[in-house]
Design a protein. Sequence first.
Lengths: 473, 320
Amino acid sequence: MPQNLTRRRLLLALGGLSGVALLAACGQQQATPTSAPAMTGGGAAPSPTAAPATSGMATPTAPAVVKTPGSTVKVVYWGSFSGNLGEAEQGMVKRFNESQNEVVVDYQYQGSYEETAQKLTQALAAGTTPDIVLLSDVWWFKFYLNDVLLPLNDLFAANQIDTKDYVDPLIEEGTRKGVIYWVPFARSTPLFYYNKQAWQEAGLPDRGPKTWEEFVEWVPKLVKQEGGKTVRYAFAHPSAASYIAWLFQPVVWQWGGRYSDPDFTIRIQEAPAVEAGRFYLSTVRDGWAVPSKDIVADFVNGAAVAMMASTASLRGITKSASFPVGTSFLPEGPKGFGCCTGGAGLAILKNKPKEIQEAAFKYLAFATSRENTMWWSQNTGYMPVRKSAVQSSEMQQFYQQNPNFKTAVDQLPKTRQQDAARVWIPNGDQIIGKGLERVTVQLEDPGTVFADVAKTLEREAKPVVEQLKRREG
Amino acid sequence: MERSIDVVERERMAKMATPTTSNALLLHLRRRLGDWPLFVLLVAPNLLLLAVFTYWPLVYNAYLSLMQWDLISPSKLFVGLENYRFLLEDSEFREVSRNTVVFTVGTVGGTVVLGLLFALLLDQPLRGIALARGVVFAPYVLSGAAVAVFWVNMLNPRFGVVAEVASWLGTVSPDWLNHPRLAMVAVILVYIWKNVGFTTIVYLAGLQRIPKELYEAATVDGAGMLERFRFVTMPQLGPITLFLVVVSTISSFQAFDLIKVLTDGGPVNATTTLLFYIWEQGFVAFNAGRAAAAAVVLFALLAVISLLQVRIGERRVSYD
């Protein structure tokens, strides 16, 4: 009955409700310390059991992370994969959680690489960071510059993991001044993908073109027109948001140019890079390549019969294409071969209780171990990050059955780290990417466009150069 | 009339009533403090929320607009008006401003004019009109992201429905969302498609409030259909039109989800509006100062537009 609700009762009810809310809030705060039993007394003081790394105990196995048996440490892990890759990433976490009973990894999907970086930035401001995070090639450096990532050398030593077993160019990318901050996990390279069926119809040899010149010769056999409309393109260019700047990186090298020097001297406006840009322009102007918002969909549906794309798409593309898919090394340009690495690695956040960091490292070590990097690679198309995995008989056998997966590994020794302008200037990837859209979509001359891009890059590089000086001296 | 006399009477009675002692104290306090304590008590919760979530961010944003900051590092660098100077000189920002004007005029004009048209049609006493009203209104309640994903597929130049229809008609559908000029047109059209239901419903309510006698009188005076519309419907809908223009302008400035999913602001910057630019500078480029300065510009712009609209409203719109 409505009369029962007097003002006093309403106030009482409201007071009760806020009390419940308060209790709930307190309960939440209490929950965290209980999940980390050794952590009474604040994060700064390392408990004796949580610091085996420095105690010098030469235990044959990796040191245990918790004091009381049966209790577990909870680790929050932020990742960025969806679809096929997301399933594999969750599978990895599940394998880890089932493999032992000391650490429980709580996997939390955050969206794209960009969104993950955005959320990590916000989390740093709010003080609610995850313990372990997946960061892409263009994002980890920003967090390194701000000194929020944990140096991992001691943990590698304590867990007796030989960092030399990680594929050299990959681990070196995450190492600054001899200290490892970013461990390769989902590392990729661009591959040349082609539609074998279209190749066969055109009477072409079953391989990718050795050079771009050769590809241009093949193009007339691959393009199809119907009633004045191109219904099948020979090649597709992605948009800035789909990382065209990453895929153009090797092309610039193939033409003898580069985006920048490691010291942020911008070189994209110089003749070799501009020539590479003119080649891109010609592909669209001559009507055989199409700028597309979704090159993978166009390729899988047969609207474009070749593309450059990440190794990471291999499993997904093979699954959804109705024709046999071929992969090969990137074609060579006038100045020879060039290919870059890409993808993402794992990092652990600083300023966490030592116990949490050690637990987080357990996952990091697990996910990049010889066995698991093989499992991950076979399920995604990313490259194995351990030398011992690449050489293992299991992997060699897998490559015999799936030759497309081998292309990336064979190409790996010839790859190099991307230019600083794309990966280390904030938004550098998108600045270059939008410049490339001006070429592939608006058909502007790369001479003008790259001069504009260079100016923007130079301006945006300034704060990074200063920050780097402060960070590394 | 009756009611107001009653109220006056009651107030007179209340004044005459002699207070008891405890009431006297209250009355005394009330005379000294007026209605302030009650006012503060009633207003405080709202004011507190506004202060924390609106006024403080506003002030803090203005402060950030004078800084150079990457959102992570503990120290911010004071740069004065440098961020504003940058925006003034930046060709990208000029393009973004131009886009914002085109987008706002296109979407506000489109939703208001089409909304009126639909409302006039849906005001007819026809069979199945309720269903038609539902259909027009439906897109408005859908999530922006879902609408955008739907249209990305519809407009796909190679497999989309639009391309298919174009090929039946013997023409070629362009790559709407990846075209330097058509991308903006496509985004505006999708925005109108999603939001026209709102203006339609509001106009429909307005139409049904117009007294029938006015139309009858106009008919007696010999007014035809167009004249009835020109001299009865339009002036009667004046206040509603003003309301819709103000509300649509503000929500058009806030458009984000459609743009993000449809074009990501591209190709290049072809569909980057002011709000999208603020997001990009802030959370993609991590340039807090520049984003804050652009946000101040957006704030000023909205304030001026709202003021202008209210002024025009006072002068031109009749509320009778």
